[in-house]
Design a protein around this ligand. Structure first.
Ligand SMILES: Nc1ncnc2c1ncn2[C@@H]1O[C@H](COP(=O)(O)OP(=O)(O)OP(=O)(O)O)[C@@H](O)[C@H]1O
Ligand SMILES: [Mg+2]
Length: 268
């Protein structure tokens, strides 16, 4: 967006004083730049996610209340982020948790907010890597970024066991965000909301620690339950029938599978 006061650089040059001053458009310009820097982080599969496209209309029918909450959040995403309110989704694999979480992250990015998206296994690996000699970031630089973005989206929480040191770093990040009132979005398979277990979040607490889980409750409220069958399996088994031997896709040729249109983007 062009600014009428500066030349678009974010600075105004005062000829007389021969000095540059930051223009009033500079904070918004920086925010947009930061948002653009993380925009590439929505994984390709979820990039087209939107309320108007599948699987959202289907999810809206099967999980009306959850999708209503997500819609409310997205409608006033800046307000929620400013208040440090997050959300978390729990349920078995393939029920749409990551889809909904990505939808929120996308709305935050579109509102020019800074967002960092990691799967927890990947985040823990990056934390561990900071100790390597050829590491690109120091631990403190990484933690600074994780603590300062407007929204931290952690996917697949509880997907792997890890060391106490790494869990301590995760706690530091969650606790700093808690104290600074910055929002977190989480997805996990590890809270059993079916009511079958006396202590639904025991597995999660064992995996990532009591203190971290207790803060997540305060920051994200009650986990939103996503029940149902694994839609990912349905998608896989729903491949088109081969028409004739000559057009049967070669299962060993990856490029043919890349051509498959993703589930998103299909109009309602
Ligand atoms: N209600 C639905 N209708 C149709 N497709 C759906 C529905 N829910 C999810 N899907 C599709 O299932 C796949 C998996 O969705 P998603 O990645 O959001 O699941 P998830 O709950 O995060 O799973 P996991 O716990 O394994 O990470 C995606 O291709 C998504 O489009
Ligand atoms: Mg997921």
């Amino acid at each position: 967006m062009d600014c009428t006061k500066c030349d678009g650089s974010g600075f105004i040059f005062d000829e007389e004083a021969r000095k540059s001053y930051p223009c009033e458009c500079r904070p918004a310009r920086l925010a947009r730049k930061r948002a653009a820097a993380v925009a590439g982080r929505i994984p390709k599969m979820y990039r087209g996610v939107s309320f108007e496209r599948e699987p959202l209309p289907s999810l809206e029918r099967s999980h009306r209340n959850v999708v209503r909450e997500v819609r409310r959040y997205c409608d006033s995403v800046s307000e929620h982020l400013d208040a440090g309110r997050g959300m978390w989704f729990t349920g078995p694999p393939g029920t749409g948790k990551t889809t909904l979480a990505m939808l929120i992250s996308k709305h935050a990015m579109q509102a020019d907010r800074t967002v960092a998206i990691y799967s927890l296994p990947r985040l823990l690996a990056i934390l561990r890597e900071t100790f390597r000699d050829d590491a690109t970031h120091s631990l403190s630089q990484l933690i600074d970024v994780l603590c300062s973005v407007d929204l931290l989206h952690i996917d697949d929480v509880g997907a792997e066991q890890t060391s106490p040191w790494v869990l301590e770093q995760l706690y530091t990040v969650v606790n700093t965000r808690y104290e600074e009132q910055r929002a977190i979005i989480v997805t996990t398979n590890l809270i059993d909301v079916s009511g079958a277990s006396g202590e639904p979040d025991r597995e999660l607490r064992d995996q990532i620690g009591e203190r971290t889980v207790s803060r997540l409750y305060e920051m994200c409220g009650d986990p939103l339950p996503m029940f149902g069958t694994d839609r990912r399996l349905e998608t896989q088994f729903n491949l088109p029938e081969p028409v004739s031997a000559s057009t049967t896709p070669d299962p060993f040729d990856d490029s043919q599978w890349d051509e498959r249109p993703s589930g998103y983007g299909r109009p309602r």
